[in-house]
Design a protein around this ligand. Structure first.
Ligand code: TMP
Ligand code: MG
Length: 222
C-alpha cells in the first residue's frame, strides 16, 4: 500500500512559493491524482486570525507567544494532514515548520527587535513545539536573495517581516535547517530565474513522488 506524498515549499517572502504551489497543484491534477494544497499560516481559523492581525501590525504580541501560535496553527490541522496522506492524497504545503524556526529565530539575531529584558528565542527553543508533527517527504526551498525578492514582487514591505535585514537572517537560518535535514529531504531551487525554469526543476523533483510513497507518515525531528 502506498500513501500520498507530503511536499513542502519554503522560502523568503516574495520568493514565488504561492505561484509555484499553484502550478504544481495544476500539474498533479492534470495527471488525475488526488492532491490538496495547504498553506501556513492558515489565516482562516481563530488562531490564524490572531496571526493575521499580528502580521498586518494591527496587534502586537510577545515573540514567544506568536511563535507558539504559528505552531498551534499547524497542530490544529495536523490530523487532517495525516489522514489525507494515508488516504492516498498528495499534499502540497506552502510553508511549514521550517518557516516557524527561520522567522522566529531570526528575531534574536536582530538587536532592536526585542527589549533587552526578554529572553532570546534560540534555534532549539523555536524547533521544540513542532517536534512530532507529520514530517514532509520533500521540502523544496525556493532560494532568492532578499534584494531580488523585494525588487520583483509588488507590495513588498506591507507585512511585518518584509524587511531586507530580517529576510537575510531568515535565509541564513533556512540554510542551517537544510543542512540538518540533509540532501534527500531538502532540495534548494534557484528561484531567481524565470517561473518556467523554476517550475521545470520543481516538477523534476516532485513527479517521482506523485505515484505514491511507501511506509508510514514520519514524525518530524523524532
Ligand atoms: P505568508 O506570507 O506565506 O502568508 O506568511 C506570512 C509570514 O509569516 C511570513 O513572513 C512568514 C511568517 N511565518 C512565521 O513567522 N512563522 C511560521 O510558522 C510561518 C508558517 C510563517
Ligand atoms: Mg508574505
Amino acid at each position: 500500500m502506498t500513501r500520498g506524498a507530503f511536499i513542502v515549499i519554503e522560502g523568503l517572502d516574495r520568493s514565488g512559493k504561492s505561484t509555484q504551489a499553484a502550478r504544481l497543484l495544476e500539474r498533479i491534477e492534470a495527471a488525475s491524482k488526488s492532491v490538496q494544497l495547504l498553506k501556513f499560516p492558515d489565516r482562516s481559523t481563530p488562531i490564524g486570525q490572531l496571526i493575521d492581525s499580528y502580521l498586518r501590525s494591527r496587534s502586537d504580541m510577545d515573540d514567544h507567544t506568536i511563535h507558539l501560535l504559528f505552531s498551534a496553527n499547524r497542530w490544529e490541522i495536523s490530523s487532517k494532514i495525516k489522514s489525507l496522506l494515508e488516504s492516498g492524497t498528495t499534499i502540497i504545503c506552502d510553508r511549514y515548520a521550517f518557516s516557524g524556526i527561520a522567522f522566529s529565530a531570526s528575531k534574536a539575531l536582530i538587536e532592536e527587535s526585542s527589549p533587552p529584558s526578554s529572553s532570546p528565542l534560540t534555534y532549539e527553543w523555536c524547533r521544540a513545539p513542532d517536534v512530532s508533527l507529520p514530517a514532509p517527504d520533500l521540502t523544496l526551498f525556493l532560494d532568492i536573495s532578499p534584494e531580488q525578492a523585494a525588487r520583483q514582487r509588488e507590495g513588498y514591505g506591507e507585512e511585518r517581516y518584509e524587511k531586507l535585514e530580517m529576510q537575510a537572517r531568515v535565509r541564513e537560518v533556512f540554510a542551517r535547517i537544510g543542512k540538518e535535514i540533509g540532501a534527500e529531504g531538502w532540495v534548494t531551487i534557484d528561484a531567481g530565474r524565470s517561473r518556467e525554469e523554476v517550475e521545470k526543476d520543481i516538477w523534476e523533483k516532485v513527479s517521482p513522488l506523485v505515484e505514491g510513497v511507501n511506509g508510514p507518515v514520519n514524525a518530524l525531528w523524532n
